[in-house]
Design a protein around this ligand. Structure first.
Ligand code: SF4
Ligand code: SF4
Length: 135
């Protein structure tokens, strides 16, 4: 059975800053995720917008208010909601190395490390570069 884990990002990492406008953008390199699941395990926030909440709740076939109550909490900065974590800091939707909401995962998860990353991300992410055609 194919794995369903996808790259996920966890914001507010305690040991690094966030960098948007990544190397992938500037040098026409795409980083291919190898579904190690690491980015679903480290501490941080997985921010979810109203649209993403609707999509995940629909995927799980549960009412939106129930999803919000059961699987989200207010972000540390009080600006929006984040998915809750397990006691070991893994995302609540991680099962082994698989994302159980993969078809509806938040943009934050789908974007790492190409649309956003942080200094030193290569040390904790197994994605490998695919060089795109140059102009
Ligand atoms: S390869 Fe990188 S983006 Fe993919 S799951 Fe692992 S840490 Fe996440
Ligand atoms: S929603 Fe899925 S891809 Fe995103 S952090 Fe959680 S388990 Fe990982």
């Amino acid at each position: 059975m194919a794995r369903t884990t996808r790259k996920a990002l966890r914001l507010a990492l305690p040991w690094c800053g966030i960098s948007r406008g990544s190397v992938a953008d500037s040098k026409r390199v795409f980083y291919q995720c190898h579904r190690c699941g690491n980015c679903c395990k480290w501490p941080g926030e997985v921010v979810v917008s109203d649209r993403e909440i609707d999509a995940i709740a629909s995927y799980l076939e549960m009412p939106v208010d129930q999803f919000v109550e059961q699987y989200t909490k207010v972000r540390a900065n009080r600006q929006g909601l984040t998915l809750i974590e397990k006691p070991n800091n893994e995302c609540i939707f991680l099962d082994g190395i698989d994302c159980t909401i993969n078809p509806a995962k938040p943009d934050q998860c789908a974007g790492f490390p190409n649309t956003w990353n942080f200094p030193g991300w290569e040390k904790v992410c197994e994605a490998t570069p695919v060089h795109l055609d140059q102009d």
